[in-house]
Ligand binder design. Structure first.
Ligand code: GTP
Ligand code: MG
Ligand code: ZN
Length: 296
């Protein structure tokens, strides 16, 4: 029997099959790190002695380490207008990973009720880069219908869409508003440090509109280094707004990190306001990370 892994339960998995939901274990060889069963996996189940076990994971379209999920078609990267303050480097890293894995991404800015000015500023920045941006408030309901219709169109063809971002930005609260059938646990923001409390602990897929929607655990600053990643030569392509400057720098081996505007077309575009400075800063930070870890 075949199915989709929708939930992990401490060593057990919940698999959605044509016969309904089945709770099962994974065969021994599927417990090793590199072959671990992920939420979103398409799997085969067998029941040699009455109990179902996952015996095979079908080849994956893609897989992320953070959030841990396989076969993603769409990624909604979520930041809050305020509380917690957006960490743009983390956001840009997530967008870059999605770009590299050919996962369609969009930016969702929550808590527009709390700070509309800041929300608009981030929206403008990322629209300029070229990403679809959704401004939403789970309190006032602003933007919810628009986001829901975007989500529906992505799910209609059987796609899987995940919501990812820092702890406390309001992912679970938003999914509760978007999907009438779910009621996820949500948590308060710590007032002292204005960060989330990691309320969502596991990835879970919800069947919806022909596809699946995933809620995921929020990132913390500490998680930052543990993202999955790609090789240094792929970094340039992971920043789509840089592509028009390819081959336009004075030297063919330009790294677009420290060269000045006279030599580097990317630096010139930053100077002229065509590329947001924060995006270039993120690029440079990621470049340094990838350079120091050549094996990633
Ligand atoms: N003002 C305002 N508060 C919101 C909004 N959305 C969520 N919140 C609040 O933000 C806090 C965190 O919400 P959650 O939905 O638990 O955040 P999360 O992103 O799921 O967090 P983790 O599960 O820890 O990753 C809660 O106190 C929510 O009430 C919003 O649109 N406006
Ligand atoms: Mg949550
Ligand atoms: Zn350059």
């Amino acid at each position: 029997m075949r199915g989709v892994v929708v939930k992990g339960l401490g060593g057990l998995f919940e698999v959605l099959t044509a016969e309904g939901r089945i709770v099962c274990r994974a065969r021994g060889t599927l417990k090793r790190d590199e072959e671990k069963v992920l939420i979103g996996d398409r799997v085969e189940l067998e029941s040699p002695d009455g109990e179902f076990v996952v015996t095979k994971v079908e080849p994956r379209k893609n897989a992320l380490i953070r959030p841990p999920i396989a076969n993603l078609d769409s990624l909604y990267c979520v930041i809050a207008a305020v509380r917690p303050a957006p960490a743009l480097e983390t956001l840009d890293k997530l967008l870059a990973i999605a770009e590299n894995k050919a996962i369609r991404s969009a930016l969702v800015i929550t808590k527009t009720d709390d700070d509309p000015v800041s929300a608009d500023r981030y929206a403008e920045l990322y629209r300029r880069v070229g990403y679809p941006v959704f401004l939403v408030s789970s309190v006032s309901g602003e933007g919810i219908d628009e986001l829901r219709s975007d989500l529906s169109s992505r799910l209609a063809s059987g796609g899987t869409a995940a919501f990812a971002g820092a702890s406390g930005v309001g992912k679970s609260t938003l999914l509760n508003r978007l999907l009438p059938g779910v009621s996820l646990e949500t948590g308060e923001i710590s007032r002292r440090v204005e960060r989330g409390r990691h309320t969502t602990r596991h990835v879970e897929l919800f069947p919806e509109g022909g596809g699946f929607v995933a809620d995921t655990p929020g990132f913390s600053m500490l998680d930052f280094a543990r993202f999955d990643f790609f090789s240094l030569p792929e970094l340039f392509d992971a920043f789509p707004e840089f592509s028009v400057y390819r081959g336009k720098c004075r030297y063919a081996d330009c790294t677009h990190t420290g060269e000045g505007p006279d030599e580097c077309a990317v630096a010139r575009a930053v100077r002229d306001g065509l590329i947001p400075r924060s995006r270039h800063d993120s690029y440079r930070a990621l470049f340094a990370t990838l350079k120091s870890k050549p094996d990633w």
